[in-house]
Design a protein around this ligand. Structure first.
Ligand SMILES: [Mn+2]
Length: 316
């Protein structure tokens, strides 16, 4: 598989690298880390990074402004990083390449592409890029650069929560260690990663003061329009608050009701009870421990709270 990928990379003089929409550090780290490796090791090739800019992560990397028409009449290889299904690919033109390569660590629900390299054991796609780099170093004397190392390290840090999540394996550590051979400023990286706007910091304080914890172990927080407006935080930005009281002793599951124009966005999280069925009952869905739903008004909010309370009660 890796040989097939290396052959494809060597064959094409133009390579376009994509990743998923609303990128996280792993999407950007694997995309831009791979791009940096290709630019360094094949200075005569043209490498594009495609996708919308993510304002909160421009300290990691910036995209190339690419006109879609640049892709339609030229031979090129397309590599899509960290994206399980084609619907989530950010940017146009990915279908027009001569060869499409999928490189991902999510379950292979949609096996798109001519060459598919999926490794669900990998913590991150960035980890897979390092794995691939070592192969290419062995076969074609690829060199790592500090910039590529910084990007790939950021990707691993993002998807493993600083090496804390259960997806962190001995292999993750070995591959991350390869990167630390290069002079990455990890202090600067961690500072940028985990710093928070003052408005958000103040709102976190408010949430920690005001969330309700029921006898059953259900945490409840209402983010009204007025409250968000008071702090100047948008509905999307408020998603960063969802785990802030997760460490509370006795908490089993929790829910945020975020008021929008004519409905409520509902964010559900759990440390045990399976909550995605509740989400499915209310125009939503997701993972067993993390889902989203919608509530039309106070009556549906009460229904959701009742259903979650019941689950928490049943869960020993
Ligand atoms: Mn990822």
């Amino acid at each position: 598989m890796k040989q097939e990928i290396l052959d494809a990379i060597e064959t094409y003089s133009t390579i376009a690298i994509y990743r998923h929409e609303k990128p996280d550090p792993d999407a950007l780290g694997s995309q831009a880390g791979l791009a940096a490796l290709l630019k360094h090791n094949y200075p005569n090739k043209t490498i594009y990074m495609v996708g919308e800019e993510e304002p909160s992560l421009t300290f990691l990397t910036k995209m190339d402004a690419v006109d879609n028409s640049a892709f339609t009449d030229e031979d090129f290889l397309t590599i899509v990083c960290d994206t399980g299904n084609t619907e989530r690919i950010d940017g146009k033109g990915w279908q027009h390449g001569n060869k499409l390569l999928k490189m991902d660590h999510h379950p292979n629900v949609e096996p798109y592409g001519d060459t598919i390299w999926v490794n669900t054991e990998a913590s991150s796609t960035s980890e897979m890029v390092i794995d691939f780099f070592l192969f290419a170093k062995d076969k074609q004397n690829w060199e790592m650069t500090t910039e590529a190392a910084r990007l790939l390290y950021a990707g691993i840090v993002g998807d493993t929560g600083r090496f804390q999540f259960s997806n962190t394996t001995s292999q993750t550590m070995r591959l991350a260690a390869e990167l630390l051979e290069y002079p990455i400023d990890t202090t600067e990286l961690f500072t940028r990663f985990y710093e928070t706007d003052e408005k958000m910091m103040r709102l976190k304080g408010r949430v920690l003061e005001e969330f309700e914890l029921t006898e059953e172990g259900l945490g409840i927080m209402h983010l009204t329009k007025d409250l968000l407006a008071e702090y100047g935080v948008t509905v999307n930005e408020s998603s960063a608050l969802v785990n802030i009281f997760s460490g509370t002793v006795g908490l089993k599951a929790w829910v945020f009701f975020v008021e929008e124009d004519n409905q409520y966005r509902v964010r559900l999280r759990s440390k045990g009870p399976i909550i995605n069925e509740v989400a499915a009952n209310h125009n939503g869905g997701g993972h067993p421990m993390a889902s989203g739903a919608k509530a039309s008004g106070e009556a549906e909010i009460k229904e959701i709270i009742d259903e979650l309370s019941e689950l928490c009660k049943e869960y020993a």
